[in-house]
Design a protein. Sequence first.
Length: 174
Amino acid sequence: MRKVIEGLSLNRLFKLTVIASTACLLASNCAAQELPPAPKPAHVMIKQGPALEFARSDLAIIRWTTNNPGGTDDHFAVVHYGTNPKELNEAAKSPVRLNRDHAQTMFRVRIDGLQPKTNYYYFVTSTDSNGVNDGDKSGVKEFSTPGPGERVEADPPAACASVKLMPTVRGGSR
């Protein structure tokens, strides 16, 4: 083996190394292994929020924080919403990748296709990658979309996780 390597040019040796490394990665004994699901807590609780983080006339972003729900690393943040608090038939969801080393998880969902100057009601929840609910569910909350060219955002931005949100409405001419 030593004589074969000595006779190879540096370029050919590099190519052999790349081929050998690729073959090892494709072999089942060298490939990365997926971790088992993380332990689930006794109860998933919403720690902060949910609250409106940002809104334009046609979209809104809702944010909340829970203790880490555990289970699979891939989860979904889900907002159920509508214009009637008793009929929250619309849903928007965003993927979330859990960090096993963090005690809490922040969820954010962008809701598109909203109407300007409209009151919306919503509640939030989260699910694992199989659609199984994590066990958290907020009460019904409310937000209003601003008119065209305006926006609503938490002021200061970190305050959007608080229970009472004091939004500022800014015109689009800034």
